[in-house]
Design a protein around this ligand. Structure first.
Ligand code: GDP
Ligand code: MG
Length: 181
């Protein structure tokens, strides 16, 4: 059976240093290299991967805020089919950033109208560093529910492959569900 290729554009948002690049590289190449470029925005990565036995052409935009206060542009918000919101469980400030980001996204939705309804998932990264935990699992769960995120996971870009992929796959499924509506 040959099915048509679905295209899913995903943007990763989160405070500097939470592991957006590490998650992107892990998902696309299955590898973890430890140090990642952070010199401004790169064009989106394009990779074809299988999700639920169907091919998906992913375009991933790994954003790179220069300051912890910077919020995404309307252009970036308009571009994406889905948002992957990332904080680090070892960084309380990165969790607060998600709340500001959500307020910003909600504002954009009100202004842009019904077209602006890209689904979101929430990811708490650095799940391997539990000895440095600053944000509880339940806090992540509650925030995800408050923001109407369809999935929440704690993951580790440095130690996990499948779980990281599942966070992206969750979002891909939501984008496809959303399109069918
Ligand atoms: P970005 O600024 O959000 O793109 O963050 P990076 O992907 O550049 O990661 C920032 C730092 O955190 C790097 O030194 C990574 O090696 C490290 N890092 C990323 N993910 C993990 C993780 O899951 N566990 C641990 N222990 N370190 C991580
Ligand atoms: Mg980065």
């Amino acid at each position: 059976k040959k099915s048509s290729l679905s295209e899913v554009k995903i943007v990763l948002f989160g405070a500097p240093g939470v592991g957006k690049s590490a998650l992107t590289v892990r998902f696309l190449t299955k590898r973890y290299i430890g140090e990642y470029d952070h010199h401004g925005d790169q064009p989106p990565y394009k990779y074809e991967l299988m999700v639920d036995s169907e091919p998906v052409l992913f375009e991933l935009l790994d954003t790179c805020a220069k300051t912890a206060g910077e919020l995404p542009s309307t252009k970036t918000l308009d571009w994406a089919d889905g948002f992957l919101l990332v904080y680090s469980i070892t960084d309380r400030e990165s969790f607060s950033y998600i709340k500001r980001l959500h307020a910003h996204i909600s504002q954009w939705r009100r202004e842009a109208g019904p077209a602006a309804t890209a689904p979101m998932v929430l990811v708490g990264n650095k799940g391997d560093m539990i000895h440095l935990r600053q944000v509880g699992y339940e806090e992540g769960e509650i925030l995800a529910r408050d923001m109407e995120c369809l999935s929440f996971r704690e993951v580790s870009a440095s130690e996990q492959v499948t779980e990281v992929a599942e966070a992206f796959n969750d979002l891909c499924r939501e984008v496809n569900n959303h399109r069918r509506k």
